[in-house]
Design a protein around this ligand. Sequence first.
Ligand code: ZN
Length: 516
Amino acid sequence: MVRGVVQTLAVVGRVLEGFDEEGRPLWHDGMVVEEGRVVYLGPHPEERAGPGAKVVEVGEGVVLPGLTDSHAHLTSLGLALRTLDLRGVRSIKELKLRVAERAKELGVGEWVVGRGWDQELFEEGRWPTRWDLDEAAPANPVLLVRVCGHAAVANTLALSLAGITDSIPNPPGGSIERVGGKVTGVLKEAAVQLVYSAARKGGSEELVKEAEKAMLSHGVTCVHAMSVTSEELGALQNLARAGKLKLRVRAYLDPTVPEPKPESEGMLTVVGLKALADGSFGARTAALREPYSDDPGNSGVLLMDRDALVRELEKAKKAGLQLAAHAIGDKALEEVLAAAKASSTRLRIEHASLAPPDLLDELAGLGLWVSAQPRFVTSDWWIVSRLGRERARWVYPFRSFLERGVGLSFSSDAPVEPCNPFEGVYAAVTRGSPDGLEIAKLTAGEALTTAEALRCYTETAPKLLGERLGRLSVGYPADFVIVDRDPLSAPPPELRRVHVLATYVGGEPMYTTAVK
Ligand SMILES: [Zn+2]
């Protein structure tokens, strides 16, 4: 189908328009789409659409408004999806075969990235070298990360793209292995990052497309792309200009992008800047008011205090952009709230993972928005021992946010978590109770209903940006998803198995499986 020639659609089946003020679902028996917009909701859409319309049979499934993932990293996700799984490889010979195969699939010049090899398992009894990889794929840059993530091997082309030569000194905190003065391709610690960032730069457009494909297959029609670098922005602009972007992308730029400004082209809109106030619970770098319960000398790392955040807010305001501030620990959240108060500028908070009642109240009073990742609830199985029971009561407090009227939009933070929103709905509704997680009992009161979780994935993020998206009301763009069952009546443990059959953006099928 040619882009821009949008057919009239008669969608036959149950359609969820959205939710009313009280959060009740609004169901209809069909929908007509013209010129990419919803023009009718109700029975007999085929008659209403007239002859020549394409009939879309929903069958046993239902139609939902397109989902927004309000925090994801596109090129990193693309790279993660492309990464070869090398766990269990028994020899360098096998490693070379796998690399050669992938290089052939991808074509000349594309990065081959893999992870999971372990030389202890190799029958050759040695580490792989760049010369091994050159034999397998001389015309593709190759980076293979060891199972531990702290070492890697790269081929000659990858090393040269990363600027690594025989004479270059070791980077701080890393080492480039040399034998007889020659670089062998084996890299340790920080040296791995040198090649990894080169891999992310190379082929940004391909990586964006890879990420986009995965998101569409899970029903995501709009993504808020975080920490967009200059390279990624360039790739997004090229794709948008060529009409090749299939997903609506709202970009929040990395602080390294020079002269950030709002812009809009086709499916792409640059809306904000990203700032990092702290790290993560996983690495014990999220900034806490009191030390970690399982690491008493450590309270994490505050990367930006309130003054630094105020400066960033002013910069964003001047540029006409919104600020998205990453704050995971309660100390970081406290600083972000103080900055918001001091500069009287609206901002959105990414994560707000630990929000005790005093900060919840303050956040609500300031009218700020939160983009949270429900799947962290089930992934961070160690959270209770890391924070202690008392504090852990206030992690991912979704119901407390909603009760206080905080605008809460959901997201994946992919590739940190998988980009399937139904995994997120499952986690928000069950809080991991089918998985026997301690956090489920401790924070049972924070569980949402399926309808609430779906609202956080559909209507909230567009509201945050003042956009007419996230519903299927008459006049709205026809961004919709056909799923195999009605999530609103599915038993909670089944929510993660909701399967997307087709995804339409602006009335065009961007992903389809077996739907007629
Ligand atoms: Zn992130």
